[in-house]
Design a protein around this ligand. Structure first.
Ligand code: MOS
Length: 725
């Protein structure tokens, strides 16, 4: 095991994030946001701002920067600012002030006077349910509603009606923001008709091509650099400051730096939708599932947008049941754009499904682990492809022993002034792979480089590249320099969907044998040390001749007069998708202590046991999962944007938008059962970036029920939800 390569840089402040790039002559941009949720801007008086000290330009929809909405494969058309006078949410970017200093830009922005023709705004999820519409097809092309019914069963309602035991309940989850430590920001520098944009993101080549399209420039003219990213979580696919800084820098012929303030991040980016989910589960008296219905509503922006795929992400796949029906509706509101956020679908979806399963266990007076194991799926219902490798039962077994689950009582226990309860939940997250290309270079000093454009937004990918590179080249990891976060490198896809290790890792395992083949050809070619030896081999960083002689790869390169030799390997998901279903699995456990009088909930113990195939870097894997589990506690007890009737977020700052701090989180115990999944990819690793959050909110709520007897069906759980009736 090696420590995280970027850790010393980060803890000593030497890691250079987007905003840490300074160049002579740079100026500063400040974004102006709307103060109404719906309407048309009829006038923007910028005279005072324009004549304020240091101001170079004030851009508005009436004096816009030229930007064209790019269309991306993953996100569809991307909204770009200042191209229209329409306002569809409170906090929408409507202006951009550029000045010599940050303070001058900020102060001038406060002088902009905006006149709106205001229209009624629809901002309430509960009111909006009445006008919900079908969601568009999900990313995999599935229709918003689908069902799999046993032969002879007419409808899911019939299957539920015929079930001896039924649980029927509705759950709600809050709007959330990614709240990454690093605000969305950019530094744009033009030189000789080409621009370099330093901006934290999840895939530099993808951002570079979207920026090029938006700016109307050649793709070769735009380079995006982001070696370090201060958190992304799905929310940094693109950013408003990057569009505005790049366009303004071109207009002004000055480098432009721009960042959102913390408060602006909450609206001028995108959020996880709020959801309402109705679960109906029918079972036999022994707990065998008969029918599962999961109807879901997701908030979206007014014109539609990303829909949180809660039911698709969970109930469609998690349990063996002869009858399953899911649906997905959207509730268009005058709220900021919605987008992917860590475990999109599975995180809020698992709160509903895993709470409902717990309710069924209570109704049946059955151990919730036994109920889950009884209904464990060998393949997703309706899809005959078996899981490639599923060890969820073992996760529960290992977890139950480690967590002392056997000490649980159906009604919790009392310890002094605390009501103590435990809860559990299943976690699943699909194992995916995106196309990725990686360049592996051998240098004449016996070091190697592994390079790809993708991003390490804190996941540990950088270190993983060096580990898989070292293994593939059969040398020590210290000799491998990983490079990431530059669109000029081979396209490495994005850090999203928990795919990066499997995607980039597989590409390394294609590139490394290629470069080794080229090295062997070089070593045995004309004039080379092992000329004519057709059976040279490679091991331990050395080329071995059949006569017993050997040279390091650096020695071979030096003998050949070469500085380096490189090969690019590419990998993508392929025919394995027609043979198996792929998912990571986990069992979440949590203990809560609810204060009998104040009703405050504290999580006192947490354990997650995961099956994510092979673990490449135990330390990084544990940290990823731990972070996810803390997210789950946060969703259960802390996080949620409060939307006022006006559409303004009441708590758009880190004082009001509660996130857990160290005092909220006990020791987090993480364990892995390790079964390398080489049916999924040659590395054998499945994703684990997102699964840690999945199920945890339900585990907390289930523990709260165990402690108090109160079933809370909305998150975040508030003290008032736990007042005795
Ligand atoms: Mo992540 S929500 O897959 O970018």
């Amino acid at each position: 095991m090696i420590g995280r390569l970027d850790a010393p840089l980060k803890v000593t402040g030497r890691a250079r994030y987007a905003l840490d790039n300074n160049v002579p002559g740079m100026v500063f941009g400040y974004v102006v946001l709307s103060t109404t949720a719906h309407g048309e801007i009829t006038d923007m008086d910028v005279a005072a701002a324009r004549s304020a000290p240091g101001v170079l330009a004030v851009y508005t929809p009436f004096a816009p920067l030229p930007l064209t909405a790019p269309v991306t494969a993953m996100l569809g058309p991307i909204w770009v600012p200042l191209q229209s006078t329409d306002v569809t949410y409170y906090g929408q970017p409507i202006g951009f002030v550029v000045a010599e200093t940050f303070e001058q830009a900020r102060d001038a922005a406060a002088l902009v006077r905006v006149t709106y023709d205001e229209r009624p705004a629809s901002t309430s999820m509960s009111d909006g349910l009445a006008t919900a519409v079908d969601a568009p097809p999900s990313l995999d092309g599935s229709p918003p509603a689908l069902s799999v019914l046993a032969p002879g069963v007419e409808s899911i309602e019939d299957a539920l009606a015929a079930s001896p035991v039924v649980v029927d309940a509705t759950y709600t989850t809050a709007t959330q923001n990614h709240a990454a430590m690093e605000p969305h920001s950019a530094m744009a520098v033009w030189e000789s008709g080409k621009v370099t944009v330093y901006t934290g993101n999840q895939g530099s080549d993808l951002v570079a091509s979207a920026l090029a399209d938006a700016l109307g420039e050649d793709h070769a003219a735009v380079r995006v650099v982001n070696p370090f990213v201060g958190g992304a979580f799905g929310g940094k696919a693109l950013s408003i400051p990057a569009f505005l800084a790049a366009a303004a820098a071109r207009e002004l012929d000055r480098p432009v730096k721009a960042a959102l303030t913390r408060e602006q991040v909450f609206t001028a980016t995108a959020t996880r939708p709020a959801t309402v989910q109705r679960m109906s589960i029918g079972a036999e008296k022994d707990g065998t599932l008969v029918a599962l219905r999961h109807d879901s509503w997701s908030s979206t922006p007014a014109g539609g947008g990303f829909v949180e795929p809660t039911s698709h992400g969970t109930s469609r796949e998690w349990y063996a049941t002869p009858n399953v029906a899911i649906s997905q509706k959207m509730v268009p509101l005058h709220v900021p754009p919605t987008t992917f956020m860590r475990a999109p679908g599975e995180a809020p979806g698992s709160f509903a499904l895993e709470s409902a399963i717990d309710e069924l266990a209570v109704t049946l007076d059955m151990d919730p682990i036994e109920l889950r194991q009884r209904n464990s799926s060998t393949a997703p219902p309706g899809r005959d492809l078996q899981w490639s490798s599923k060890h969820l039962d073992e996760c529960f077994r290992v977890g139950a022993a480690r967590f002392r689950w056997a000490e649980r009582t159906p009604r919790g226990r009392v310890d002094g002034d605390c009501l103590v309860g435990v809860g559990t939940a299943t976690a699943m997250f699909p194992a995916l792979r995106f196309p990725a290309s990686v360049r592996v270079t051998l240098h004449d000093d016996d070091t190697a480089e592994v390079a790809t454009s993708g991003a390490d937004p804190g996941t540990g990918l950088l270190t993983v590249l060096s580990l898989i590179g070292a293994e593939s080249l059969d040398i020590a990891p210290e000799r491998v320099t990983p490079r990431l976060g530059d669109s000029a490198l081979p396209p490495g896809g994005m850090s999203g969907g928990s795919t990066a290790t499997a995607s980039a890792g597989s590409a390394i395992m294609v590139a490394a044998p290629k470069v080794i083949d080229d090295l062997l050809a070089l070593a045995s070619g004309p004039g080379a040390p092992f000329e004519g030896d057709d059976d040279v081999t490679y091991a331990d960083g050395r080329v071995l001749a059949t006569d017993g002689r050997s040279l390091t790869f650096g020695e071979v390169l030096r003998a050949a007069g070469r500085d380096s030799i490189a090969a690019i390997g590419s990998s993508a998901a392929g025919e394995e998708l027609t043979k198996h279903s792929f998912s990571s699995f986990g069992a979440q456990f949590c203990e809560v202590r609810v204060h009998r009088w104040t009703r405050e909930v504290r999580v006192s113990r947490m354990l997650g046991v995961f099956d994510a195939g092979r673990i490449i870097n135990a330390q990084a894997a544990r940290s990823q999962i731990m972070g996810g589990m803390i997210w789950g506690v946060s969703a259960a007890l802390h996080e949620g944007l409060e939307i006022e009737e006006s559409g303004r977020f009441a708590n758009a700052d880190l004082a009001g938008y509660l996130l857990p701090v160290n005092a909220d989180i006990p020791e987090v115990d993480v364990e892995f059962v390790q079964y390398p999944d080489t049916l999924h990819n040659p590395v054998g690793a499945r994703g684990l970036g997102e699964i840690g959050v999945v199920g945890m909110a339900a585990a907390v709520a289930n523990a709260v029920h165990n402690a108090t007897g109160i079933r809370v069906r909305r998150i975040p759980i508030a003290i008032e939800d736990l007042l005795e009736q």
